[in-house]
Design a protein around this ligand. Structure first.
Ligand SMILES: [Zn+2]
Ligand SMILES: [Zn+2]
Length: 61
């Protein structure tokens, strides 16, 4: 699932790895810091400097 457009990410759409904390700012390569986005959505994030938050399942209600 792409957090930008809320569409599924499949082989056909392709995907990019986005680092929530940029590598240049000390972000890690860990799963925690990476998120999958569509290539075009990824461009949007950078062009519009959007902040992406990792979708996390609600817990501890
Ligand atoms: Zn997308
Ligand atoms: Zn990125």
């Amino acid at each position: 699932m792409c957090p930008v457009c809320k569409q599924k990410i499949i082989k056909l759409t392709g995907w990019h790895n986005h680092h929530m904390v940029w590598r240049s700012l000390g972000g890690s390569e860990s799963q925690e810091n990476r998120i999958l986005l569509h290539p075009n959505c990824h461009d949007q994030v950078h062009n519009q400097q959007l902040t992406i938050e990792k979708p996390r399942p609600p817990k501890g209600v």
